[in-house]
Each structure stands twice: as C-alpha cells, then as structure tokens.
Design a protein around this ligand. Structure first.
Ligand SMILES: [Zn+2]
Length: 385
C-alpha cells in the first residue's frame, strides 16, 4: 500500500481538501482517500506539485502519425485536406504507418496520457491500440457529402466498427465534418450511436471556409472538390452556420464538437443545449489555420470543454500539457482548475469513460501525474503511476 500526497491534489473536477492522502494498492488502484491525520507520518510519500489523475486526450488520429513534418503549415483546411489526400496516394507501407503509430502511442503514455479519443478511417492503428497500455475509444470516421451515397458509405464503415469490437476495443461511428458528410448521413450515424449508447464526434467550424460553404459564398472547398473531381453542383447551401444546419440531427446524446475555431455565441448556446462538448486542439489550429478560437465565448461552459492534440500531421507532439499552455498563453478566460478539468474529467466524460478514467475513482487505476504550475504555464514533472 502507498500513501501519496501533493501540495495539492486535483480530483478531475476540483482540489481535494488540504491534508488529503491517496491510498493506492499494489496494483496501482485507488483504495481510498483519507485524512493525513489518520496515517503515520513516515509512511506518507509527499510530492512537490499538484497530483492529478492520468490525462485523457479527447482527439487524436493515431493513424496519421507518419505524416509528422510532412504537411505544409498555414494552408487552411481545404489545402490541408488536399495534402493529406496526396500523402495517402504516395504509397506509404502499412509497416511504416504501424511503426509510427507505436511511437506516437508511446509518446502519449510518457506524456501522462492514459486514455484517448482517436479517429480512424481504416484499421491501420487497431493493432497498436490492442497492444497499448492506453485505453482508446475509436471513432470510425465516415465521409460522404452526396446524399445519394448515404447508405453505401455507412455500410462501408460498419465492418470497421465490428472489427474493432471483435478485438475488444471500444468505438463509435462518427461523421467527419459537415462539409464532407451529408445531413442524411450525419443523422443515420447519430441515430446508430444513440441506439447503441455510444458517444459521437464531428469536426466542427475549424475553418472560415466551412461557414462560407454553408452560407453559399465563394469558398476553398469548391477548389478541393474540383481537385477530387467531385461534382457538387447539386449542393444547395442552407444559408446558415454549418452547426445550425446539422445540430438537430443529434438526439441529446454526448457529442464532441472538435475545433470550434469559428463558432459564434449563438452556435455555442445551441450546442450546449444539445449536450455537446467543445474540444479544442490549439496547436493544430495554429498549424493549419494560424487562428485560435475566441476562448472567452466558452468561459461559462467549463463542464463542456475538452482538449485534444489532433494528429502529428498538424502538430509537433502529442502532449496535452503543451495544448493547455497554448490556451493559458492566449487567454485568461479559464482558471487552472478548469484547464486541468479539460485534460481529465471532461474528456473522459465526453468519451463515456468517466467510470474508468479522468478522476480519482476508488477501485480503479486511473493513472496519477505530478504537475507544476508557475509563470502561468504547466509542466509535467512525472507520471507517479
Ligand atoms: Zn481531427
């Protein structure tokens, strides 16, 4: 049995009362939380810093890890999408993808991450996830803007979810983004996840071009679809924000909206009323669009905010502390507790993993990290367990 304390202990949502001690068993499971007065002093391991549960990365694409340093910065999302497609056509081997996914998985573990919400377009990363010490919830991503392909695209993706489940891995289906997935397909996916009590995720308002696309204004997606030789002349812009056009497809289920860089106050209110979480990936936003969300618009909704790393195609590392520090540097809208909640409890909750990760749960090994906070920046001192 170990008896652990820090200068402060953060339980995923708040600090524990001063003098709290974590009692951890030989399998690193939390046995109980007790007052220091009930323990013999020389038995207590005291850490300099804040003790937190293991971190949960709300958004990643492990299968894109081999693209680190290969994608040009600041091209905007249509340009980024084009580069990803060109890279996919470049004939990279499955072995290379696998090798890079293993290294990325290891990097996250070292950075104190114990659970991840991860997007998959194929099964390239499944083996890595199966052998990992990290718990993954995989979102099998579906694209298909043409409503007439709705059933085909859904049926093509379902076997990936079945395969994932046959390997003992958790997963859901997820639409990619409103500019790449028809309203009908989003609805079908949302209904499937609702029926199966699974969390949902979608990339949302990552670029101004998305808003223009939905307002019927000239936009970069036209060029992308030209490049793909996809005829979208049938597409009729709904003349409202993208989020407004599809939000009623959700059935009050847990839904993670990823990015939200161009979301307005009205969009945010709408989404909160629909049980949505907002996941920020600040380093990826700077990499691709060179623009961050206006975090002050979100400051009332502290229980709905998440942080993710996105992939190594648009980031130099997979480090939640680094993401948190970008937010801290660029906004004073959030307290340190809220920032810590954004890398622990909220993310676990958005992924339906709150009974296993993201807080101090008796009977569970949720990991424990030691962090330091000085000069308005966080630092991971070490993984305690
Ligand atoms: Zn993403």
């Amino acid at each position: 049995m170990r008896f652990l304390k820090g200068n402060k202990i953060f339980d995923g949502r708040q600090y524990l009362p001063e003098g709290s001690v974590l009692v951890v068993d030989s399998q690193n499971k939390l046995k109980e939380i007790v007052a220091i007065t009930s323990i013999q002093n020389d038995k207590v391991e005291a850490f300099e810093g804040i003790v937190t549960p293991g971190f949960v990365n709300a958004h990643c694409h492990l299968e894109l890890s081999h693209l680190k340093g290969k994608i040009q910065k600041h091209t905007g999302i249509p340009g980024f999408g084009k580069q990803i497609i060109l890279q996919r056509m470049s004939g990279i081997t499955k072995e290379k993808i696998h090798e890079n996914a293993i290294a990325a998985d290891e990097e996250m573990w070292k950075n104190g991450i114990v659970a991840v919400g991860d997007i998959s377009n194929a099964d390239d990363s499944f083996k890595t996830k199966q052998n990992s010490r990290i718990k993954y919830h995989t979102f099998v991503e579906i694209l298909g803007l043409n409503p007439s392909n709705e059933k085909i695209m859904f049926d093509l993706s379902l076997p990936f979810l079945k395969l994932l489940q046959s390997l003992g891995l958790a997963g859901s289906l997820a639409p990619h983004a409103p500019y790449s997935t028809s309203l009908q397909l989003i609805e079908r996916i949302a209904n499937f996840d609702k029926e199966n009590n699974l969390p949902l995720s979608i990339h949302n308002q990552e670029t101004k071009e998305e808003t223009k696309f939905f307002l019927g204004q000239p936009n970069g997606f036209r060029d992308l679809y030209d490049f793909l030789k996809a005829d979208i002349s049938w597409f009729k812009a709904p003349v409202c924000s993208s989020l407004k056009s599809y939000i009623n497809s959700f059935n009050d289920q847990k839904t993670m909206l990823v990015h939200n860089t161009f979301s307005t106050k009205e969009d945010i209110e709408m989404a909160v009323n629909k049980n949505c979480f907002f996941c920020f990936c600040p380093n990826a936003n700077l990499y691709i669009e060179n623009k961050l969300p206006d975090y002050s618009l979100f400051k009332e909704h502290t229980n709905n905010l998440c942080l993710g790393t996105d992939s190594l195609a648009s980031n130099e590392g997979l480090d939640l502390i680094d993401e948190a520090n970008v937010v801290l540097k660029n906004s004073n809208s959030f307290s340190l507790e809220t920032i810590l909640q954004m890398i622990t409890f909220n993310n676990a909750s958005a992924l339906n993993l709150e009974n296993e990760f993201g807080s101090l749960i008796p009977g569970k090994n949720t990991g424990l990290n030691l962090v330091n906070f000085s000069d308005n920046q966080l630092q991971l001192i070490k993984k305690i367990i």
